[in-house]
Write a protein that binds this ligand. Sequence first.
Ligand code: BG6
Length: 515
Amino acid sequence: MPQIQPSISRQELLCAETPAAPCGMVVFGASGDLARRKLIASLFELYKRQLLGEQFFFLGCGRKHLSDDDYRNIAADSISDSTTTPEQLSSFLEKIYFITGAYDDAAFYEDIAGRLAELDAKYNTGGNHVYYFAVPPAIYGTIAEHLGNAGLSCKGSPECRRRAKLVVEKPFGRDLKSAIVLNEQIQNHFSESQIYRIDHYLGKETVQNILMLRFANAIFEPLWNRNYIDHIQITIAESLGVEHRAGYYDRSGALRDMFQNHMLGMVGLVAMEPPASFGADHIRDEKVKLLRSIRPLEPGADEPTVVAGRYIAGQIAGRDVCAYRREEGVAPDSTTETFVAAKVFVDNWRWKGVPFYLRTGKRLAKRLTEIAITFKTVPHSMFASIGLEDMPPNVLVLKIQPNEGINLSFQAKRPGSKTCMSTLTMNFNYAEVFGAEAPEAYQRLLLDCMVGDQTLFTRQDDVEISWTLLDPVLNVMARGELPPFDYPAGVESFGHADALIEADGRKWRPILEVE
Ligand code: BG6
């Protein structure tokens, strides 16, 4: 197995992370799942790593009647970390507060403004606030408007704008029209430089590593095009079902929940042209340019380019799981898809004719996210005379999760007097090489937002172009013309999804075989 040595020492100075500026984090929907599962734990981790200083506080906002202490107990339960000392935990929890009110009541925002003034004075946070919308998207506009009317959005002067930031969770709209309306509602009170549209996939180490791999190494980029690449497969498979989010998911489905954001985000990074620099707008410009080059999807065409699926009862890791339509909170006659596969082409000089096969689904055989780049086979086999006519292609796999890393497969001679060939894999594993698990994506994104770096956040033109691509599919789905096919929970794939790729003489990569 080849040894891989990271040359990290000379980078150490550059690698030092920038601590957050003094700031109050104001979370709407603070008693909800996202805040409890991700935000509090990530903020605590930043605090432990001294990236959040003492000039920090957290103000949870929600409809539930909770005292500061009630909410601190909830927060403490979200932090399950054996390396935490009681002192660290209590000094973090002391900075947490909660305020109750109705999101559509102007008086609530007056109360928030009053509380913020007190907390700013106490923590010396200089009026810097991050407002985080961890609420259903239907009320984003209402909250933004009330924040504006209460004078909290700070749109006025550039100096003030730097003090108020807004983090918006996906989905940003349900389609192009609603995304434009939502954006107008928010931009009435916040300018684009204040808006951080979060796509947590972009915060994953291995997703960011796509840019490093491509643009910090000379050997890949010359091959990264239609002359050498046969096709690309991107898989986001989940073994989980809808858990307790059926209310949201049944109105969204896989296309809105995973494709419009995470999937197209990864397509953008893997296929974009080299940005002029690592600046937020240079990277986002290239991503948008790439998305604009994607050929419009034609779901109704004779040869299917989009396939939808919905899980029925099955087994995952030996455990029986129920059908999607039997999940609590899902309509028994739901038409929502829990799986989507698509064949996509990027019509530009680099990618013309190279298919991108994309698939994502819930309740598949196991959790796996990867980008597999399959190169063209050798043009001629000099080993044909000894029976080695068909050489397997080289495949470069960017393993996003779990077991983050990179694999490259290639052919080699097996030891012995015969000329026998084996396919070997060079395997780089993040955790083994860097000695640590990749940090939770939200840590990176929350910190970036607090230091004012928008690189990993989605710009409005990106949102609009991705909805433009998906609207035709959503329309066909809404008319019932792309009904989801049943697949048993726990499968790696199913017939109709296979047909999409097999029509081109290729196969999906097996999900279960990946370690
Ligand atoms: C979220 C989706 O954005 O991503 C969920 O709303 C999905 O439905 C989740 O389960 C997957 O994220 P991860 O990081 O576990 O791959």
